[in-house]
Design a protein around this ligand. Structure first.
Ligand SMILES: *C/C=C(C)/C=C/C=C(C)/C=C/C1=C(C)CCCC1(C)C
Length: 245
């Protein structure tokens, strides 16, 4: 008889990369439960937004579960799962911007601009990271990807999103300003991970030697997915207070 040994992989104490996947998964799950429950404690007007916050962290939790396994089994970066996760969650963040500015007149066209720019950013980033990682050209793809990123930053800081937020009430204007900082500073964590993780990530030079791309991405995700959702939650809550007053 031929027995196949099922190898059970545990996270060893010094495997901090796998540990951040584990913690990431738990944090995303906890955040999802929070949003899903709080959704019912929220004014109808904001319920869809809170639901989407929960979907973003839930989709991430499922991907983190797989990514943790993948990383333990292969000791490699789960690049494919990572980008599938982002391709689902980043457009959902664009939907959040659309939903909160919709009451002051956001059109579907704005949503499509944001979604198209984010898909462009992610697909070109994936090409640089997964297809040409060992080439010195990965920085070119990173650079191309950044064009999509800066277009999103532009739309949110100075373009349609900023204008619509300016016409909205103080609660929405404040939330959009905070979310704009997330996009400018929080999302900038990702190119740092890319530079650390790809050969020649910065103009053909390998900088940030010894920094784990996965740890940088995992920190970025925790801040940007959970933090982003909490800003929208705070908006829904403060709007409730304003309505009561
Ligand atoms: C929840 C996941 C989020 C918010 C992911 C965001 C990802 C980015 C903003 C990635 C940006 C990149 C660049 C701007 C250049 C290098 C390639 C990327 C894809 C890492």
């Amino acid at each position: 008889m031929n027995f196949t040994l099922l190898e059970i992989k545990a996270i060893s104490n010094d495997n901090y990369v796998a540990f951040t996947f584990f913690i990431g998964c738990m944090a995303m799950l906890a955040a999802s439960l929070f949003f899903f429950f709080e959704m019912w404690n929220t004014d109808k007007k904001w319920r869809t937004s809170i639901l989407i916050s929960g979907l973003i962290t839930f989709i991430a939790a499922v991907h983190y579960y797989y990514m943790r396994d993948y990383n333990l089994a292969t000791n490699e970066s789960p690049t494919f799962f990572r980008y599938v996760d982002w391709l689902l969650t980043v457009p959902l963040m664009c939907v959040e911007f659309y939903l909160i500015t919709k009451k002051s007149g956001a059109k579907m066209g704005l949503l499509w601009k944001l979604v198209a720019a984010s898909v462009f950013m992610l697909v070109t980033g994936y090409i640089g990271e997964a297809i040409y990682p060992a080439e010195k050209q990965s920085w070119i793809w990173g650079f191309v990807s950044s064009i999509g990123y800066f277009y999103i930053v532009y739309l949110i800081w100075f373009g349609d999103v900023a204008k619509l937020a300016g016409n909205a009430g103080p609660a929405v204007a404040k939330a959009v300003r905070t979310l704009a900082w997330f996009v400018l500073v929080g999302w900038a964590i990702y190119p740092v991970g890319y530079i650390a993780g790809t050969e020649g990530g910065l103009f053909g030079i390998k900088v940030l030697e010894g920094v784990s791309l996965d740890v940088v991405y995992n920190i970025g995700d925790a801040i940007n997915k959970i933090g982003f959702g909490l800003v929208i939650y705070a908006l829904a809550q403060s709007d409730k207070e304003l309505a009561k007053a």
